[in-house]
Design a protein around this ligand. Sequence first.
Ligand SMILES: Nc1ncnc2c1ncn2[C@@H]1O[C@H](COP(=O)(O)OP(=O)(O)OP(=O)(O)O)[C@@H](O)[C@H]1O
Length: 258
Amino acid sequence: MTHTRTGGVPDRTGSASGGARAVLRGGARLRGLSKTYGSGEAAVSALDGVDLDLEAGELAVVLGPSGSGKTTLLNVLGGIEPADGGSLEVAGVDLTGRRPSRLAGFRRDHVGFVFQFFNLVPTLTARENVEVMAELTGRGARSDVTGLLESVGLGDRLDHFPAQLSGGQQQRVALARALVTDPDLLLADEPTGALDVSTGKAVLRLLQETNREGRGVLMVTHNAAVARMAHRVVHMRDGRIESVERNARPADVRDVDW
Ligand SMILES: Nc1ncnc2c1ncn2[C@@H]1O[C@H](COP(=O)(O)OP(=O)(O)OP(=O)(O)O)[C@@H](O)[C@H]1O
């Protein structure tokens, strides 16, 4: 993460108060998107005709009760699983009808993921957890890894194993791992769900910083307070979008409390 921006959030032209212009990345357009798990009597409609537009460079927060389809939405957007119906364009790539075998390349080239429970490899150090992503994807250089870990505040923890790191530190390694491929869109599923308030805020601050560099960020959360830092707040219920709010002046994460 480079720290080219210190204040303000990107407006729709990519300028930020007090910062240089950033190239706005990410963005998505979903129309009539559906996803059903199971079949017959056991069928669950996890996404039921979802229409959604995310602009490039936006930080979006998805809220909704348990089971409303938030994670399914994130997984379909990120090409972790295919939709059953509808159309879907993410980061300028048309994923409509794309088979699972052809989603891997999209994931590698365009998206990064951060999960609630970090999902680090326990036998690898912080540095190695990030390096392995660069190697597996062929994106990002080993030489970038130290700088990336320093930028998330872990310059003194490079050779620690996950078990030797706090939850917040592990999540920062996971964030560095997600960013090493320089994704257009960062997808975060409950990234602060396993963290205390101050550690969670430190992680949110990093997400806001990467967004201010122009990268699209979509975060699923149960924490309604976090919505204040978003450009767009998506409310889901029963597999549908209940409402979408635009936030003209998203709050700096330092001013968000819960
Ligand atoms: N792999 C699966 N197999 C069957 N049903 C699933 C699967 N994944 C999700 N579902 C169902 O789809 C619906 C939406 O699930 P999803 O995980 O997207 O909701 P969510 O809003 O993220 O919930 P939570 O806030 O509890 O994480 C739920 O009814 C869930 O039980």
